[in-house]
Write a protein that binds this ligand. Structure first.
Ligand code: ADP
Length: 255
């Protein structure tokens, strides 16, 4: 069954000798690492270090100039991963303000790939109910997206990915514009989804969040300065090396 992309032992994703540039100089250089099932990976690095680009490579939106990116065992840019990857963009907290749709409708949209001829069955309604409940927005289901806070909107987008039965959540600085209390609750939600088996990739500028919540860390600045367990990252000098002496490192305590 080689190439089927469905082997449960495959890592979720694999970067192998990946380099990429937007035309000229590489912004990603010779990066190799894997994301295993059930892993919570925190991706850190200074501004402009290539984190969002790495996410684009992971999602198959751009192709590497050298090396390969595999997602569920297939080349990321050809893999049919629409239902297996849930992507929450940095702008998700502020986007959708003007969309005249309710919370439930957004989450229902996530279910469409599983619904034959658009006809929702009781199991599809149950999947939507479950997703709304899991992220804690069931009581908001009739509210319009525009009436929610940034943190609540982010939860709705996660619920949509859960309704789709995504196997990995990819979040690019999801709490930009979200207040401090909601941020913490949001990361707690990610940790609990991860405990249930969801693989998570979180791009996050707050190192404290990453070392508190992620189980694995990838530290990037064009090249990969560190990849391994979060505990080992804290003890290593990778952060200083990747950020350089003059970079401001955001590091709040999250006890
Ligand atoms: P990060 O997410 O770590 O801030 P990015 O991946 O967004 O970093 O950017 C890495 C580098 O690539 C930066 O120098 C950025 O200016 C450049 N870059 C990002 N997107 C594009 C693009 N669409 N076209 C050209 N250059 C880009």
């Amino acid at each position: 069954m080689s190439g089927s992309g469905n082997d449960a032992r495959d890592p979720v994703a694999e970067f192998d000798g990946v380099s990429f540039g937007y035309g000229g100089t590489p912004v990603i250089e010779d990066v190799s690492f894997a994301i295993e099932r059930g892993e919570f990976l925190g991706l850190v690095g200074p501004n402009g270090s290539g984190k969002s680009t790495l996410v684009r490579l992971l999602l198959g939106l751009v192709r590497p100039d050298a090396g390969s990116v595999r997602l569920f065992g297939e080349s990321a840019h050809v893999a049919e991963t629409g239902t297996r990857v849930g992507y929450v963009a940095q702008t998700a907290a502020s986007s959708g303000r003007k969309m005249p749709v309710t919370v439930r409708e957004v989450v229902r949209m996530g279910r469409y790939p599983h619904v034959p001829h658009g006809r929702f069955r009781s199991e599809d309604r149950a999947a939507v109910d479950d997703a709304l409940a899991t992220v804690g927005v069931a009581d908001l289901e009739r509210r319009r997206l525009g009436e929610l806070s940034g943190g609540q909107r982010q939860r709705v987008f996660i619920a949509r990915a859960l309704a789709t039965e995504a196997e990995i959540l990819v979040l690019d600085e999801p709490t930009v514009g979200v207040d401090a209390n909601s941020r913490e609750a949001f990361f707690d939600l990610l940790a609990s989804l991860n405990r249930e088996g969801m693989a998570i990739v979180l791009v996050e500028h707050d190192i404290g969040v990453v070392t508190t919540y992620a189980t694995r860390v990838a530290c990037l600045n064009r090249k990969l300065y560190f990849h391994g367990d979060a505990d080992r990252f804290t003890e290593s000098d990778a952060l200083t090396r990747a950020y350089g002496a003059n970079q401001r490192v955001v590091h709040h305590d999250h006890d």
